[in-house]
Design a protein around this ligand. Structure first.
Ligand code: ADP
Ligand code: ASP
Ligand code: MG
Length: 402
């Protein structure tokens, strides 16, 4: 018998009373297999989106603190219902919010990081033989304010709990069978990947495959948490996340598309030392995560600086850039919300020139113009017009015979 299993069920997996009942059955089965079972759940179905829309119908730019207060209620509903469902079936369970579970985060609202998990309550309940159901995606900061970990953050709650409890395994249950070579909802021929390395799945997730929250993979890699992604709808093997194998040969593992981003450009920025530092450090201080950054060649002492940001940070980033443009004497700030990032991920991309050649040829064959490019040892990404995103994704999936 294993001693501890952590499972996480996403929004669709607990999207209705019937689904909650099915998940409760699966948990009861798991409890027969392991002494300690901790289950993290997301809010039911589209609850988080609905709460955000409600907030936005009241205030154009609601405060991050109040948003966290609001969003955390979604998970509070699903944990209580799931605990009741397990009890109704004759097993023992207790639900805990992030705060009750001792999840302590930093002060950043909407994308807080977990600093510590105080496990006394959790261990007491487990010791009494109960299944502990924990609200995903939330914690408490040092001022006792509720924080959330960013969209999709329940995966990170699960891995963090698995790490502190030194769980035998952490299973992420979702609405697809595992990690695929492309989003199976966008590319029909996408295939399930039975095994993938932490590094590769981290790139896929960071580049737009929302199947795992990127920070959950970073944590799993750091604390060597045995992680897998499985379907909550049927019994199958899913995808196992494993250590990278050393190999020279190039292997493309998947393609991904991120159309939840925007491009911001500062035009005619004075070209002198310290300017990039000022812009980028001020954005970083405001917790705005920049992705691709491009500075073009100097003409007459000025140049343009462009970068991409997640849509979630877009409003704040534009406001900040407009203030900065005024301070440093840049001519203006322009932006484009209609862009997408299309990427290929796999070992050896950086050292095999023929891969880049095939990637660019595929986009060229579709007549797609490339606005920005970024490469690393295991990925190649471009920013393109958002309306071409899905077509580019499918064509790359074909071209690399995934
Ligand atoms: P959950 O609510 O269970 O956390 P998410 O919606 O966050 O589920 O993540 C699962 C979704 O991720 C799938 O429904 C799928 O459309 C999408 N997805 C995107 N890229 C991939 C990929 N490469 N493999 C599997 N799923 C992917
Ligand atoms: N409910 C949150 C969201 O929709 C967290 C999660 O599902 O992981 O983003
Ligand atoms: Mg998710």
């Amino acid at each position: 018998m294993e001693s501890c299993i952590v499972q996480k069920y996403g929004g669709t997996s607990v999207g209705s009373i019937e689904r909650i009942q099915a998940v409760a059955d699966r948990i009861i089965e798991t409890k027969r297999e392991a002494k300690n079972v901790v289950v993290v759940v997301s809010a039911m179905g589209k609850t988080t989106d609905d709460l955000i829309n409600m907030a936005k119908s009241i205030h154009d730019n609601p405060s991050s603190r109040e948003l966290d207060q609001l969003l955390s209620t979604g998970e509070q509903i699903s944990i209580a219902l799931l605990a009741m469902a397990i009890e109704a079936k004759g097993s023992r369970a207790i639900s805990l919010t992030g705060a009750q579970c001792g999840i302590v985060t930093d002060l950043v609202h909407k994308k807080a990081r977990i600093n510590e998990i105080k496990t006394n309550r959790l261990e007491k309940e487990l010791g009494e033989g109960k299944v502990v159901i924990v609200a995903g995606f939330q914690g408490l900061n040092e001022y006792s304010d509720v924080t959330t970990l960013g969209r999709g953050g329940s995966d990170t709650t699960a891995v963090a709990l698995a790490a502190v409890l030194k769980a035998d395994r952490c299973e992420i249950y979702t609405d697809v069978d595992g990690v695929y070579t492309a989003d199976p909802r966008k590319v029909e021929s996408a295939r399930l990947i039975p095994e993938i390395s932490y590094d590769e799945v981290l790139e896929l997730a960071s580049l737009g495959a929302q199947v795992l929250h990127p920070r959950s993979i970073e944590l799993a890699r750091r604390y060597k948490v045995p992680l897998s992604v499985l379907s909550s709808f049927k019994k199958s093997k899913g995808t196992k996340i494993v250590e990278a194998k050393k190999m020279e040969k190039v292997e493309i593992r998947g393609v991904s598309l991120d159309d939840d981003i925007a491009k911001i450009s500062m035009l005619e920025v004075p070209d002198r030392p310290g300017i990039a530092f000022k812009i980028l450090s001020e954005l970083a201080e405001n917790h705005i995560h920049l992705d691709m950054i491009l500075q073009n060649v100097n003409r007459n002492g000025v140049n343009d600086i462009s970068f991409t940001v997640p849509m979630d940070d877009f409003q704040e980033a534009v406001t900040l850039c407009q203030k900065l443009a005024f301070e440093i004497g840049a001519q203006k700030v322009v932006y484009d919300q209609g862009v997408a990032k299309v990427s290929i991920v796999g070992t050896g991309i950086g050292t095999h020139a023929e891969i880049a050649s095939k990637y660019f040829q595929t986009l060229y064959n579709l007549g797609i113009n490339i606005q920005m490019i970024s490469t690393s040892e295991i990925k190649l990404s471009s920013i393109i017009d958002g309306t071409c995103g899905e077509e580019a994704l499918a064509a790359l999936h074909d071209a690399f015979e995934l």
